[in-house]
Design a binder for this molecule. Structure first.
Ligand code: MG
Length: 270
């Protein structure tokens, strides 16, 4: 059995800011929060994912918390993946419920790491100036900062990145969110667990950020949208021609072609 284990935000789904006018023919709103429109998927991607989810395992693999993941209506109604990885690998959900086997295994490997409260305390002491608006914990596993990017220097950011890596934490900057995640909380590790559990023979993967690096690297075939943050550090990963939302369509077209599903899809379209 094959699987497609993919990051969501800025890989398959996009905020309004990331949608270039005319890039894709049609988009669907798939998430709102407090009356505001949050994220969208292209019409083609929605159809392709629906098809994929019927034929192989489609596994959403996101840094979103469980709550943030469940806010995406697309994966509650239209497409219901049996498995999902949330919290950057911190949780595996089967039919919406936490898989305890994985949580227990992860808990054990986190015992060797600098703990979340200690990490946050040390991080706060290192930040100078007032470019951080908020500091948030995600599912008691990792931390992210809401920052004002124009008010922080590249030097200060790279110094923080370096310090975090020395502590065994992975940094990632995505829009206004600056993430710090302990190394065991890793998307690929969760997917690898599922690979063993489900006996998956081949895993397509996709992602855009530094937090997706192992997922892209260790997947049997890994894709990166050409706008991906991860390409700044790892330019040799397999990247799309398309930029922005059209990158999602390109990745899905490539996979459906690989699986000979694309003919089926175009017949459905006509
Ligand atoms: Mg992403």
């Amino acid at each position: 059995m094959r699987a497609f284990a993919s990051d969501l935000d800025r890989t398959l789904i996009y905020s309004h800011r990331m949608i270039e006018p005319g890039a894709v023919p049609e988009v669907h709103l798939i998430e709102t929060l407090d009356g505001k429109d949050i994220s969208y998927i292209s019409s083609y991607s929605r159809k392709a994912l629906q098809q994929l989810n019927n034929e192989i395992f489609f596994i959403p693999v996101t840094t979103r918390t469980i709550e943030q993941y469940q806010r995406i209506t697309l994966f509650q109604h239209t497409i219901q993946p049996e498995y999902a990885v949330t919290s950057n690998g911190g949780h595996i959900l089967k039919d919406g419920k936490v898989v305890k086997g994985w949580s227990d295994q992860l808990k054990a490997s986190l015992e060797t790491c600098l703990s979340l409260p200690v990490f946050i305390r040390q991080l706060e002491a290192l930040i100078t100036g007032n470019w951080v608006d908020r500091i948030r914990q995600a599912d008691y596993l990792f931390v992210y900062l809401i920052i004002r990017r124009d008010q922080v220097s590249r030097e200060e950011l790279s110094a923080l990145f370096e310090w975090a890596r020395e502590q065994g934490w992975q940094p990632s900057l995505q829009g206004r969110k600056l993430y710090f995640v302990p190394n065991p909380v890793n998307k690929w590790k969760a997917v690898e667990y599922l690979k063993d559990e489900l006996g998956l023979s081949y895993v397509y993967t996709a992602g855009d950020s530094l937090l997706d690096y192992e997922l892209i690297k260790y997947g049997d075939k890994g894709f990166v949208p050409s706008h991906g943050e991860v390409l700044e550090s790892y330019p040799n990963l397999h990247k799309t021609e398309a930029h922005g939302m059209a990158a999602s369509d390109e990745i899905l077209l490539s996979i459906t072609e690989d699986l000979s599903l694309s003919k089926l899809l175009s017949e459905q379209n006509s």
